[in-house]
Write a protein that binds this ligand. Structure first.
Ligand SMILES: [Zn+2]
Ligand SMILES: [Zn+2]
Length: 317
């Protein structure tokens, strides 16, 4: 016999059919990303750098297995929900465990066979830096205000360490802890910008589009064909590269452009390639950014593992 669902039941039904948030599982997040970077390095114009990043992300995976960060705080969760604010705005919630993670990543990077030569002195300087200076550097990197070229060169390593601690903290939250933020274009956990979005396959997430946080790796749902920067649903279009050796468009990664705010952000489609990973696929398609630099659309946010300042984003790398 059928019966009419009560409002509370409809809500809980909604929640079970559509996962609003996908909290990161650091072990698989970093393992999948490292594998994808290594795969996409083959024949890529920045293949050497992608190979180095694959080794760095492997080191993130090892660090994530042992890192100890602060437990979820019920008062903080209640406050964030009340004000529709991100739970742990990144620049003011840097877990002290990040220092040890940074040391681990520096050691691993210095031993990585694919380490770019120019990066070695940057890593040595980071290792010798006093903890307070490192904390200040981390805050500058998170708010996107870099002091000089040295900051810029160190930013990917700093972000890599922060990703490990923020992913760990995010992984210990429950979906019901996560506030609905306004705007919906920033990460509801750490307030950072999405690096890209992803159309997922499998289970309850099949065919849904998620924005992927460049810092903590949390993914949050946003309907398709909506600007992930200004939330406009008008004037959203897609541009892609030609596939190699064919007239078809490569549909795994497209640039989603918006005529309202004149920005673009990439969308990785797992229906076209089940191994697509938003952060790795964004890096592996720098040619698309090159193409986009000749259009009126500016990149909406940077890739945290690429040493490129906000001001340079519109320009070709
Ligand atoms: Zn986040
Ligand atoms: Zn827009």
């Amino acid at each position: 016999m059928q019966r009419i669902l009560q409002p509370g039941e409809i809500e809980s039904l909604d929640r079970t059919t559509l996962p609003r948030v996908r909290l990161p599982q650091p072990a698989s997040l970093f393992a999948d990303r490292a594998a994808r970077l290594a795969q996409k390095a083959e024949g890529n114009p920045i293949g050497d750098y992608l190979r180095f990043l694959a080794q760095l992300v492997k080191a993130q995976q090892r660090a994530a297995a042992s890192v100890q960060t602060a437990a979820p705080d019920a008062a903080l969760i209640a406050q964030a929900q009340e004000h529709s604010m991100p739970l742990l705005p990144a620049a003011s919630h840097i877990d002290p465990a990040w220092q040890g993670v940074l040391d681990q990543l520096i050691d691993a990077a210095l031993q990585a066979p694919a380490l770019p030569g120019a990066l070695a002195p940057v890593l040595q300087a980071l290792r010798a830096m006093p903890q307070d200076d490192r904390d200040n550097l981390a805050r500058r990197v998170l708010v996107g205000v870099l002091a000089d070229q040295q900051d810029l060169a160190a930013a990917p390593l700093v972000m890599a360490a922060l990703q490990v601690v923020f992913a760990d903290r995010a992984s210990r939250l429950q979906e019901s802890d996560i506030p609905y933020t306004d705007p919906a274009t920033i990460c509801p956990v750490c307030g950072s910008a999405p690096v890209a979005s992803v159309l997922r396959i499998g289970g309850r997430e099949a065919g849904l589009r998620y924005l992927h946080c460049g810092c903590c790796g949390t993914e949050w749902h946003m309907v398709r064909i909506k600007c992930s920067h200004c939330e406009s649903t008008r004037g959203v279009r897609y541009q892609g590269l030609q596939s190699q050796g064919s007239d078809d468009k490569d549909e795994v990664v497209l640039a989603e452009t918006c005529d309202q705010c004149h920005t673009y952000r990439k969308i990785a489609n797992q229906e076209k390639d089940p191994l697509a990973e938003p952060l790795a696929d964004d890096l592996a398609t720098l040619l698309l950014d090159l193409l986009m630099s000749e259009t009126p659309y500016a990149r909406a946010s940077m890739n945290p593992l690429l040493p490129m300042s906000e001001a340079e984003e519109g320009a070709a790398p």
